[in-house]
Structure formats: C-alpha cells, structure tokens
Design a binder for this molecule. Sequence first.
Ligand SMILES: Cc1cc2nc3c(=O)[nH]c(=O)nc-3n(C[C@H](O)[C@H](O)[C@H](O)COP(=O)(O)OP(=O)(O)OC[C@H]3O[C@@H](n4cnc5c(N)ncnc54)[C@H](O)[C@@H]3O)c2cc1C
Length: 388
Amino acid sequence: MAAEYDAIVIGAGSVGNPTAYFLAREGLRVLVLDELSASGQGQNKAAIGGVRATHSDPAKITLCRESLEIFAGWKDATGTDIGWKKGGYCFPAFDEKVEATVRGLLPTQQRYRLNIDWLPATEIQRVVPGINPTGLRGGTFSPDDGQVSPLLAAESFTREAVRRGATYRYRETVRALLREGDAVVGVETEVGRYRAPTVVNAAGVHASRISALAGLDLPILPDSHEGGISAPMRPFLDPLIVDIRPGPEGRTLNFYFGQNSEGQIIFCYTPKPVIPGESRDSTYEFMPIVAASMVEVIPRLKNLTIRRVWRGLYPMTPDGSPILGRAPGVPGLVLAVGMCGQGFMLGPGVGKSLAALIVHGKPSIPSEIFDLLSPSRDLYASKKEALK
Ligand SMILES: Cc1cc2nc3c(=O)[nH]c(=O)nc-3n(C[C@H](O)[C@H](O)[C@H](O)COP(=O)(O)OP(=O)(O)OC[C@H]3O[C@@H](n4cnc5c(N)ncnc54)[C@H](O)[C@@H]3O)c2cc1C
C-alpha cells in the first residue's frame, strides 16, 4: 500500500526545501524526495548565495522581497546562523549604455517598493572601497539586498521542516506520477509509492522530465555556469557587485562578485555565448577571464588567493523567469520550476507563496503579481527579464 501524505515535494533544493518548510508550518504532512544523498546537493550548492530583489520583473521583485525578509529574520526565528550578510547590491556604470540600462529600471523597481537608487561616482567609491575610478559614472545601490550560505540555508530549512513533521527520503528518484483520471495523486520511485493530493515539482534542471510524466511539455533547459571562491581576507567589501559590461574579448554577459560573511571573495559570470547542456567540468578559460574582470573593477584584488572553482547549471526558461502555480489541466500538480540563475534568492518567497496557494487557495503576494509567472503565460513573449 502507498504511504499517505498531504503534500509531496520532488526535490530537496533551493525551492523544494523552503516549500516543504512552509507547508509543514501550515500543519501539512509533507514528504520530500530527492535522488541525491542529502539536502541541497543539486544546483543549490552551486549558487554563490547572492540574494537581491533588484530585478526588472514585478513578480521577481516581490517574491525576492519576501525572501529577503525571511533570510534576514531567520536567525531570530530559528536561532540558526545561515551566513546572512546585509551588504546590498551595487550595479556600477562605467559607460553610458550601462548607466541608461540600470537607471531605466529604477522606476519599475521603485514602484514595487524596492529600496534602490542611483548614486554618483563619489558615493559608489564610498560603498565599494577601492573601485576603479577610471570612467566610473555612478551606479545603483540597493542596501537591503545581501548574501546567505546556500548549504547552511538548505540544512536549516530541512531541519526546521523536519522539526514540524516533514519526512525526507534521499536516494530515491521519482520515475512515475500516480494518476486518477487527469489528476496527479502521488509518485512512484524505485523504492516505493507515495500518495498525496498535492505534488510539487521542484526538480530543478530535471523539472521538465517530471512534468513530461504528466504529459506537459515545459521548455526548461539547463545551461552551465562556473563559480569560484577565494581564501578569506579581512572584510572590506559590503555589497555584491554586478558588472554588466561585456567582459574581456566580449566573452561574458555580466560578472558578479562579493565578500561573504567569512571574508571569502565569491564570484561568477555569465559566459557569452551561453553554454547549453549539463557538463560540470571546469574550463581553462574561467579563471583568466575572472581575474581580468575582477582586477578591472577593484585593482587591489590582484593578489587574491583562489581556493576552489566549480561549475553548475541554471534551469533556464525562454523568457528568463520561473514558472509557478498549478499545472494547467493536471489537478494536483503544482509547478515550482525554471528558476534560471536566481533560484536560491527566489526560494523562500516562492515556497511561502506556494504553500499559501496550496493551503489557502491564494499566494502570499498579490495574485495579480504572482500570476505574471503563471504556467499559462506566453513563455516566448518578447518581454524578457533584463537582469537575468
Ligand atoms: C555558479 C552558479 C552561481 C549561482 N549563483 C546564484 C546566486 O548567487 N543566487 C541565486 O539565487 N541563484 C544562483 N544560482 C542559481 C541557483 O543555483 C539555481 O537557480 C537554484 O539552485 C535552482 O533551484 P531549484 O530548487 O530549482 O533546483 P535544485 O536546487 O537543483 O533542486 C532540485 C532538486 O531536485 C532533485 N531531483 C531532480 N529530479 C529528481 C527526481 N526525478 N527525483 C528526485 N529528485 C529529483 C535534484 O537532485 C535536486 O536536489 C547559481 C548557479 C550557479 C551554477
């Protein structure tokens, strides 16, 4: 006989863990299944932990504002330090084009109550000590954004969900969905069958495989990105910096880095062209490009000692925004998929809204904003997320 739960979450990742936590907090009996051996071991652990509400899409701004509130209050709420550092995000502008892009987004960002403004070059030099002054025109600064450790967060959300009665089962791959008519009523793994009236697909880069089991064709395709981390150094840098100029020889679309709560410099870039597929091998070109980009922005980082590099995957959608909500035509299946490069920062906000949708019938953020990320939207519409 299949074990019975109120909700099953497929994937103990950036989104699945907070979703399980908020569902368990509502009193539901929750089962979380992951094919890996522990929580947060998918793409969650590849994230560098940047958490910002600085986006161009109203739904992402609003969900990430919720995430920021949850991350910022986590230590007080649970007693656990997850490496939260409120240092803000800075998008410096070294040319007219970047200035026009980041200033152009301010009206939307401010309309959705994001604390962000344009600062002149002298102020940016105060916020980012040691920034290269050559050509610096100013930049945007959002002081309420920050950073969190993705592994500490996964561990803590899991522990808090379990404390509220959630069950985690690792090394189990969901291979089939149990159906009654059109409805999904549970899942099957190589180990057993589990029934629940709600199944949440939070399977990250493999989310389209799960949806395909219910006959849904979701265009979520992985592309790969490298990241790295230095040895710790004396804290000097509060915000995360995002440089959206094309990098050396036009090989990057943007480059971002910051200093975490342990003093390590953590960094990543978006390669140009993007690299589709699931390869996780490190490339020979990553560090030379990072070194040139980083020293260009903050010259004093030229003596940095690099500890480790890695490569992970973004679960990409055509328009660069997640797909959230009830699956059209498949009662019982809820989608929390296609997080692109921002699944860690979206996780708690998404989890809270989805739990509210499942339990109370409407998300915790205004429905008209949440519905902008609906599975029924035109995923190929020309309006794309500008800061994806
Ligand atoms: C280098 C790099 C830097 C990044 N930096 C940031 C950042 O600073 N901030 C940010 O917000 N995001 C960042 N990201 C993106 C972020 O890592 C992802 O968007 C996020 O982890 C996706 O969350 P998820 O919950 O959808 O997937 P995951 O965290 O990967 O979770 C999905 C889980 O589902 C499990 N699963 C899949 N299929 C099955 C199945 N059939 N049965 C059972 N289990 C299954 C997987 O094992 C996995 O654990 C970065 C990514 C990379 C690669």
